[in-house]
Write a protein that binds this ligand. Structure first.
Ligand SMILES: N=CN[C@@H](CCC(=O)O)C(=O)O
Ligand SMILES: [Zn+2]
Length: 432
């Protein structure tokens, strides 16, 4: 046993491990048996990994000879795994508050998109923004996420739609990955929309023949790392054949398939994703029964985005049908200029109230299952020995307060810890 460790958190009223079996995801039955220890401690070693977790007496007796860089007495508080946000678009310039007003007045998402707004508006501003400006904006947004408990986040490109700006966005994400106290899964989403002045066929060709080969070269040179490939598979954006061609090309580059499907119109994107071995498919408001069955068999994770369904007043994603059919269900905030929500506690709350998930199911979907959607559940998403020491400590005696309290998490989350170091501390946390 080492004589020095990075962090000891002791005396937690509850410590939610989520799972203690080494599972890479939890299905509906296991979600009901969340692993929670009462009166618990956790130890993070100097590599930032969890070294021990268990009842106070056990940890205390094992670690009497060990000194810690930092100790936290969590008496009366709860410890949970850092939250995992499985779907965000956080790199952009130019907000769309004016479009929110248009939507409230009755315009649909696609009407605004077809009229040249929506993604096109953001692309125009993001192309003009400097790399430094985009990084500073990303830094602020990721910091907001950290303060609401997110410690691993998926970050998409997709507001460049050409090689120059897509690579600018990838460099910005890479810099954040290297410099900031949050783990990042990076997604190339060059097929987020058909850019102005190009046909869908020209766009697919440019992505497959120009952009992807160049990205491969840049990854090999160590300029940035890309984990996932994404396409907005939607009527009026990319059809099934175009989506298949782009995702297949990404898969050949060893990128994980993680794409937008069956959101506004039933496209049979879920069936396509299952056929291609997609690790994750997001949205799925319009998924078919056959698509649900295919995803369950293929173990393609459904990343549900309750904030988007809420803001756009879409059909409610069929979380319970998916869980009953054996689909792995995860959650994402879908932070983007259309759905300006970067809080996973609010996302979990919406999933419970609008999608009829239980609090156990929501927490699993925002931790181990979201980590699975990013191919990272071997290292993230639960408090188990050997995993990364990412956790939050809330100032309440039952963990469910994280979901029950709607907003105001700045007064609930006391610490956010990444790799065993305090990334955020609220020194004036109010009593619940
Ligand atoms: N649906 C496609 N992409 C985003 C919206 C992006 C945007 O409107 O800027 C989403 O996941 O909701
Ligand atoms: Zn999205």
């Amino acid at each position: 046993m080492p004589s020095q460790c990075r962090l000891l958190v002791r005396n937690a009223a509850q410590l939610v491990q989520v799972s203690d079996s080494g599972a890479q995801y939890l299905g509906k039955a296991e979600m009901q048996r969340l692993v929670v220890i009462t009166g618990a401690s956790i130890v993070i070693n100097r590599e930032g990994l969890i070294e021990a977790v268990g009842p106070n007496e056990l940890i205390q007796s094992k670690y009497t000879e060990v000194t810690f860089d930092q100790e936290i007495d969590a008496c009366g508080m709860c410890v949970l795994p850092g939250l995992v946000d499985a779907h965000t678009h956080p790199v952009w310039a130019g907000d769309r508050v004016h479009e929110f007003a248009m939507k409230l007045a009755g315009a649909s998402y696609m009407e605004i998109h077809r009229a040249g707004g929506g993604i096109h508006f953001t692309v125009e501003h993001t192309r003009k923004a400097s790399e430094e400006e985009l990084f500073e904006r990303l830094r602020g947004r990721l910091w907001r996420m950290v303060r609401t408990g997110t410690t691993l986040v998926e970050c998409k490109t997709g507001y460049g739609l050409n090689l120059e700006t897509e690579t600018k966005m990838l460099r910005v994400i890479e810099r954040a990955r290297r410099e900031l106290d949050i783990s990042i899964s990076s997604t190339y989403c060059g097929a987020h929309s058909v850019p102005r002045g190009k046909t869908p066929a020209e766009t697919v060709d440019d992505i497959i023949r120009v952009q992807l080969p160049k990205l491969k070269e840049m990854m090999a040179n160590g300029e940035f790392h890309i984990d996932n490939i994404d396409v907005f598979c939607e009527k009026g954006v990319f059809d099934l054949d175009s989506t298949r061609a782009i995702l297949q090309a990404g898969k050949e580059m060893k990128l994980q398939i993680n794409f937008h499907g069956d959101e506004l119109y039933p496209m049979h994107a879920a069936e396509l994703g299952a056929e291609l071995g997609a690790l994750a498919i997001s949205h799925l408001e319009e998924v078919s029964d056959a698509g649900i069955a295919a995803m369950a068999t293929a173990k393609s994770c459904a990343v549900l985005l309750p904030s988007t369904a809420y803001i756009l007043r879409l059909k409610t994603p069929r979380a319970q049908d998916m869980l009953d059919a054996g689909v792995i269900v995860a959650l994402g905030s879908d932070f983007n200029p259309n759905a300006y929500c970067c809080s996973m506690p609010i996302t979990m709350h919406l999933a419970c109230v609008n999608m009829k998930m239980s609090m156990n199911e929501s927490l699993v979907a925002a931790t181990i299952n979201a980590a699975y959607a990013l191919g990272k559940s071997h290292s993230h998403g639960s408090l188990e020995v050997g995993k990364q020491g990412d956790l939050l400590i809330i100032n309440a005696p039952r963990w469910e307060h994280l979901i029950y309290q709607f907003g105001g998490h700045q007064d609930l989350i006391k610490y956010v810890i990444t790799k065993g170091k305090i990334a955020y501390e609220n020194k004036s946390c109010l009593d619940y």
